[in-house]
Design a protein around this ligand. Sequence first.
Ligand code: ADP
Ligand code: MG
Length: 252
Amino acid sequence: MPYAEPSSSPLVSLRDIHLSFGSNEVLKGIDIDIQRGQAVSIIGPSGSGKSTILRCITGLIRPQSGQIRVGATQVDQLHTEAELIALRQRVGFVFQQYNLFPHLTVLQNLTLAPIRVLGLDRQRAGRLARDLLERVRLAHKADAYPGELSGGQQQRVAIARALAMRPELILFDEVTSALDPETVGEVLTVIRELTQDGMTCVLVTHEMRFAEEISDEVYFTEAGNIVEHGPASRIFHHPANPRTRIFLERSL
Ligand code: ADP
Ligand code: MG
């Protein structure tokens, strides 16, 4: 149910989110606030609930209890498919697997949804797509097919595709984990520039140095709990919780 949202309130807020798969309690009371223009990282061991948190924000899964708000939208109250589709237009989501359409060119991958969903005409969508390809440094690949690109290039196309929907924020779920080491940097560069441009970004990553560099706020998850959160400089250099400290010692 939409309601008047004070402009100073966070763009995204999760309050006391509980979620179980069968008898497996995966989220045990998650509270997260994401301000407009912030880069927020969620770090923590595998299986601690990071991807599940992102999927809750986009309404892909519904928690058993708690409140999730994105802008003026109370995500936990959405019921119809149309409402959920509208939410997902506002929240970009980039995964480890880029899932580009293999039979479409790079440009067509970028214009498909803006034409079909946003109703842009082909020319306008094409111009927007070329601008975005410029931004991810792939203007020269507009007419290539995904299979002709490296993993890092495909992931940059996937980021441009998310941007083409003009989202209010973008969620990145381990977007460099499947890439060859030599192409990781070019993807991180694109994300870094997005955060510098003021795009609200939520990043689940194992790239700890990168998370430290770009994040305004870091959340550390373990076994379905937020163990601690705070400014990146504090979490990475003075973690208050011994579990965070052990995790960072192993990861850095
Ligand atoms: P992370 O992203 O931190 O590695 P996930 O959010 O993917 O962790 O998973 C958290 C827990 O939830 C894990 O125990 C995982 O096995 C379980 N889980 C995730 N998705 C599902 C699902 N669709 N069905 C059942 N269990 C799931
Ligand atoms: Mg995950």
